[in-house]
Every structure is written in structure tokens, then in C-alpha cells.
Design a protein around this ligand. Structure first.
Ligand SMILES: Cc1ncc(COP(=O)(O)O)c(C=O)c1O
Length: 397
């Protein structure tokens, strides 16, 4: 699929958009959803939305035209699945808590346990529940090509999942599925290699199962993703184990390149030759993955440069660091090269800021939280939420 960024219409509507604002574009979302639905149908698998990456619930009616289910990692996400997505969640949490568990049962069609001790504590409650819930176990294949330790679920000593050596030949009562999550922004070729490890270690138990959840991190909507290869891979897996219902639960792939964070320059400062444009947004508050991963986001109309370039800007070059409006010293990124001197009041548009942003933001320093909006296909901007002092105040007491 050609990069969604070529099709963005946000620049045409900048004057209607409040600042700061996350703007999801309906037409770009539908492109991704169409591709995901076609993979689901052609491969004969289930593809569900991981709320941990995106939970802008007012847009769920659009998702429901393409997919039926979601995955939750907490009681709140599970409740959102039931109440706003309209279907029970596939739930996995590293550790369920006694007081939450009745709500998890009420809102889930599938519950995956991370360990045998969690299974032993909570399975009796599932068994006694009024409605049937299908239970699974998270497995750890001890293989992942994710290089950033922060995002590697299979790193030695990981707290996620049960290794093959700890599984009894006959699975405990009620375990109907395996769940494994080993990817992050990964390709189908990484999935292929991971699957060969999963099958080598765990296929012995597959006859005892009904479903296999291959987790998230399948970035099938990225421009260079080999979708045909993914479909063949999944078809092959299904032909080897026709009784297994195969589930994929990506997050990022759904909202990959579906809209920017629109911000404004509020000041320009210079220190020891480094020029910083300070914005009405913050990396640490509103784009936390930039600092955590770390990665430097694309800025519309600007060239991304290595950080050092800001120190070596020649005369007549418009190279800037972009700074957040929090008091965290490291709340900045860049360099970027612009084709003109930046001015206070000018818009700065950070590309691809829909996944792992709104679900992770905070109100550190009491900074204004960006509004949340949908740019409809017909060009109408719907501001879903504008944050106020009350939102800040209500998070604390
Ligand atoms: C268990 C599980 N499922 C799904 C996902 C979604 O992954 P992604 O957004 O990379 O597709 C994650 C992300 O951390 C995860 O931990």
C-alpha cells in the first residue's frame, strides 16, 4: 500500500483545526481498515484491535464496519470494548487483581492468563461464571527480533508468558488457547521466523487447543509490508492446523499514518548557537514514544536531520530544535530543516501521531492537553473532545 502520508488532507483544513490537536483522518483510517479486512478475509483469520495503542472510542462505529472484536489489557479497556465497541474483549493482563476480576469476566469473551499461578487463582471464577468465557495461556517462545529492550517481550527474564519446559503434557482444565506476542512494528518475515520457533516448541500442544493468538506488532499497513507473504503464511498455518482459530491483535497497524498532531510555535529561543522553537505541545506529555523508543517524528514540510545539525547550522539555514512546553529539560527533539525562518504563531504538524499517543498522554505541569478531532472524508472537522482545567483537576484530589 502506498504511504498514507501522500493522501493526507490536513494541510487543506489547517485554519479550522484548533491548536494543539490530534487529528485523525477518516479517509486514511478507512484505507487501513480496508486492507486489514481483506487480510482477515483472504487468510481466514480474526484480526482484532489492540486498545493499548488506540482507544478513541467515538471513532469505533467506523471500525465496526470492518472488524468485530478488540483486545483489552485491563478492566477499563474491557468495559470500553463491551460498552463502546459493542462486543466482549479478548483480554490479557500480566496480572489480574481479585477485585477487578468479576468485571473482567463480565466484559470478556476470552481471558488469557500470564502464569499458572494466575490460572489457579482465577480459573475457578471463570468456571463458575454465568456466561462462558474461553481461557488461554500466554506462552513465551523465547524468540523475538525486537531489538529495543523496552519493547522486547521475550528478553531473558521477561515477566511475560510460560516457557515450553514448564508446560505439562496435558494442559490444565479449561485452557483452550495459546497467546504469544513477540513483535513490534515487525514484518511478515519476522513473523515467519517467529512462527517456526513457536511451532517447533509448542505445536505439540496444538491438538488440545481451539485458538492461537499471535499478538500484535504486525505492521501490515506500512508501505513496505509484504501483505501477500503474510496471507500465504497465515493460510499455511491454517492448513497445518485446520482446527485452530488464528487471531492477530495489532494496534499500530490500524491507525498507522492516519493523522498528525497539529501544534503551534509559541517562542523561539537561542542558546550557544542552538535555536529552539518552543511549541504548545510536549514530547514527554503528548508524544511520549519519541523519547521512550526513541525516534524522531516527521514534521510536515521539514527535513529531518541528525540532532547535531542544529549546532552546525550555516548562515541562511533554517535549522531548529523543537522544544516542548514542559519543564523537563530533555523535552525536545531534533534538528529539522525548514525552508523559511519559523515565526511565533506558525503551525508545526507532527506526522503519524494517532497510535500510542492519546492512550499514553499525561497532564504533567498542567499543560493543555491537545484536543481530539476527526477530519471526515467530506472535509468536515468534528472536534470530539476539548480538554479543560476540570480534566486536569479531576485526575487528582
Ligand atoms: C499483548 C499485546 N498485544 C498487542 C499489542 C499491540 O501491538 P502493536 O500496537 O505493536 O501492533 C501489544 C503491544 O504492546 C501487546 O503487548
Amino acid at each position: 500500500m502506498e504511504s498514507n502520508l501522500h493522501f493526507s488532507k490536513v494541510s487543506e483544513h489547517l485554519d479550522q483545526i484548533p491548536s494543539p490537536c490530534y487529528v485523525m483522518e477518516e479517509s486514511l483510517l478507512r484505507r487501513n481498515l480496508e486492507l486489514i479486512r481483506s487480510v482477515k478475509e483472504r487468510a481466514g483469520v480474526e484480526i482484532i484491535l489492540a486498545f493499548k495503542s488506540f482507544a478513541m472510542w467515538k471513532s469505533f462505529p467506523i471500525f465496526r464496519e470492518y472488524i468485530q472484536y478488540t483486545t483489552a489489557s485491563s478492566p477499563y479497556e474491557a468495559r470500553l470494548a463491551l460498552e463502546e465497541f459493542g462486543s466482549k474483549a479478548h483480554t490479557y493482563s500480566p496480572a489480574y487483581i481479585e477485585s477487578d476480576f468479576p468485571e473482567i469476566i463480565r466484559c470478556s469473551s476470552h481471558i488469557t492468563f500470564n502464569s499458572f499461578s494466575q490460572y489457579e487463582r482465577f480459573y475457578p471464577l471463570v468456571k463458575a461464571a454465568a456466561e462462558p468465557v474461553s481461557c488461554g495461556l500466554r506462552i513465551n517462545p523465547e524468540y523475538s527480533e525486537v531489538e529495543v529492550e523496552l519493547y522486547n517481550p521475550c528478553a531473558p527474564g521477561t515477566r511475560f508468558g510460560v516457557t515450553a519446559d514448564l508446560l505439562p503434557p496435558c494442559l490444565p482444565e479449561g485452557i483452550e488457547g495459546f497467546h504469544c506476542h513477540c513483535h513490534c512494528e515487525s514484518s511478515s518475515y519476522e513473523l515467519e521466523r517467529t512462527l517456526s520457533h513457536v511451532e517447533a516448541k509448542f505445536s505439540h500442544w496444538f491438538p488440545q487447543l481451539k485458538w492461537l493468538n499471535l499478538g500484535g506488532g504486525h505492521l501490515m499497513t506500512r508501505e513496505d509490508y509484504d501483505v501477500e507473504h503474510l496471507i500465504k503464511l497465515l493460510q499455511g498455518l491454517k492448513s497445518r492446523y485446520p482446527h485452530l482459530h488464528i487471531i492477530l491483535e495489532p494496534g499500530s497497524a490500524f491507525t498507522w499514518q492516519t493523522g498528525p498532531l497539529v501544534s503551534t510555535v509559541v517562542d523561539i529561543v537561542e542558546s550557544r548557537g542552538i535555536r529552539t522553537a518552543i511549541l504548545d505541545v510536549s514530547f514527554t506529555c503528548h508524544m511520549p514514544d519519541c523519547l521512550e523508543m526513541p525516534y524522531q517524528p516527521k514534521v510536515r514540510g521539514a527535513e529531518t536531520l541528525p540532532e547535531d545539525a542544529v549546532k552546525n547550522a550555516g548562515a541562511g539555514e533554517y535549522i531548529y530544535r523543537l522544544g516542548g512546553n514542559s519543564c523537563l529539560s530533555g523535552d525536545y527533539m531534533g534538528a529539522w530543516r525548514f525552508d523559511h525562518p519559523l515565526q511565533v504563531g506558525e503551525r508545526i504538524v507532527f506526522e503519524d501521531m494517532i497510535h500510542y499517543t492519546m492512550v499514553k498522554t499525561n497532564m504533567f505541569n498542567g499543560i493543555q492537553h491537545p484536543s481530539i478531532a476527526l477530519l471526515h472524508t467530506d472535509g468536515r472537522l468534528e472536534v470530539y473532545k476539548h480538554f479543560t482545567y476540570e480534566d486536569y483537576k479531576n485526575r487528582m484530589s
